[in-house]
Design a protein around this ligand. Structure first.
Ligand code: AMP
Length: 400
């Protein structure tokens, strides 16, 4: 039996979020709705989830000692990673000492680095992926490109949102790809993965929930990426029964291998009837923002129910839906959004502004979600309504 106490008291169910971005903010809101005490952590103050948490801490989550000390000091019931860039050794230690890490410390550890998850899925589980090599020098990269073949995709083993990722089309691109990848790597690691380019027909995120009652799936989410960052997502992605069954079977195997309770974003490339596993995030996924409008339980509600050990009797898809991020470019700590009513004038349309304290460069600051009669209409509306959102002051920021 699950029991939830009173926030701020000795009976509180205390949940620490490691990472306080837009996805963490929605998780925090769902935890608040169920009366949990939320402690939000990130490397900068006033991060989105901090604005809806009981308590916030600013630390470098890549600093193992600082992270360990904070978890010990707060002693939460659950530690919930929202990002990959975490000193996961601290999570392995606190889990051994009795703290629950979502979904497991090993899952966080394996997925923070592309090498860990690739080796588990491709070598141990024997699942089809793009051909790949790991390299640590320019010479090794040249050799790996020869083995994997052109075109190929180069990514730092530790990076997200497309940082440091590029496609090599000809040998002349190799040196640039190496330099670009080193600039985009995080956490100081200089190792890269080289993947054969999969000329897929479409790619999906299959949201997979491991919960007290078993494993459940959401309808597949299609998405379009630019430079490794998501630009639109939609649900359901049309798919054949056999391809979906294969994706679900792989997702079950991978989530079983990672263990624990929670939602997993499983990413696949589909080429004809062939399924390639791409990667997994053991947490809500950015392309899954579409579930804010498309389902009875969003990916954030599903995650929270699963990690608290609560039931998930039904996941109902309400109809063709889409999401389109509001990307902003420039420099400002006081961005203003206008013309949001153009989106909200339309039924079955919603908007989230994440409340991020500043933009330096380009940043995802909000999202528009839509539900329509067809996926095409939902996508067109989300793109158009997101595009119409204006940002200012115009001398400092513009829309991407
Ligand atoms: P990732 O960070 O690995 O999810 O990569 C971001 C996006 O880049 C993916 O969603 C794909 O659109 C594209 N991509 C990554 N790897 C490959 C590949 N091996 N072949 C083709 N496209 C890829």
């Amino acid at each position: 039996m699950v029991s939830i106490g009173t926030p701020g008291s000795t009976s509180a169910k205390r949940v620490m979020l490691l990472g306080s971005g837009e996805l963490g903010k929605e998780v925090a809101i769902e935890l608040q709705r169920l009366g949990c005490e939320v402690i939000a952590v990130d490397r900068y103050p006033h991060a989105p989830a901090m604005q809806v948490a009981h308590k916030a801490h600013v630390i470098n989550m890549l600093d193992e000692k600082a992270l360990y000390d904070l978890i010990r000091a707060e002693s939460p019931d659950l530690v919930v990673p929202e990002i990959e860039a975490i000193a996961t050794e601290a999570l392995l230690t606190v889990e051994k000492e009795g703290t629950t890490v979502v979904p497991t410390a090993r899952a966080a550890n394996l997925t923070m680095n592309r090498r860990g998850i690739r080796e588990l899925v491709a070598s141990e589980l024997g699942v089809r992926t793009s051909p790949y090599r790991f390299v640590e020098s320019l010479d090794e990269l040249v050799e790996a490109v020869n083995e994997v073949g052109l075109p190929c995709v180069v990514k730092p083993v530790m990076s997200s949102s497309g940082k440091g990722q590029s496609t090599i089309k000809a040998e002349a691109d190799i040196a640039n790809a190496w330099n670009y990848a080193l600039e985009g790597t995080r956490g100081g690691a200089d190792s890269l993965i080289v993947e054969g380019f999969v000329n897929f027909d479409y790619e999906i995120t299959l949201l997979t929930v491991r919960h007290a009652g078993g494993v459940s799936f959401c309808e597949p989410i299609g998405h379009r990426q630019e430079a490794g960052d998501y630009r639109e997502s939609w649900q359901p992605q049309p798919i054949t029964e056999s391809v979906l069954a294969e994706c679900q079977s792989i997702a079950t195997g991978v989530s079983d291998a990672l263990g624990g309770f929670g939602l997993f974003g499983m990413e696949f490339f589909i080429q004809g009837d062939t399924v390639y596993f791409s990667e997994v995030s053991p947490r809500p996924h950015d392309t899954g923002l579409v579930t804010l409008i498309s389902q009875n339980l969003s990916e954030f509600q599903l995650h929270v129910r699963a990690i608290l050990g609560l039931p998930i009797p039904l996941i109902q898809q309400y109809g063709p839906s889409a999401s389109c991020p509001i990307l902003v470019r420039g420099e400002s700590a006081a961005v203003e959004f206008s013309d949001i009513e153009l989106a909200l004038l339309e039924p079955h349309t919603d908007i989230r502004l994440f409340g991020k304290p500043e933009v330096r460069g380009s940043r995802r600051m909000g999202v528009v979600v839509t539900r329509r009669d067809s996926v095409e209409d939902a996508r067109a509306a989300a793109l158009q309504l997101s595009d119409r959102v204006q940002v200012g002051p115009p001398s400092d920021v513009s829309r991407v």
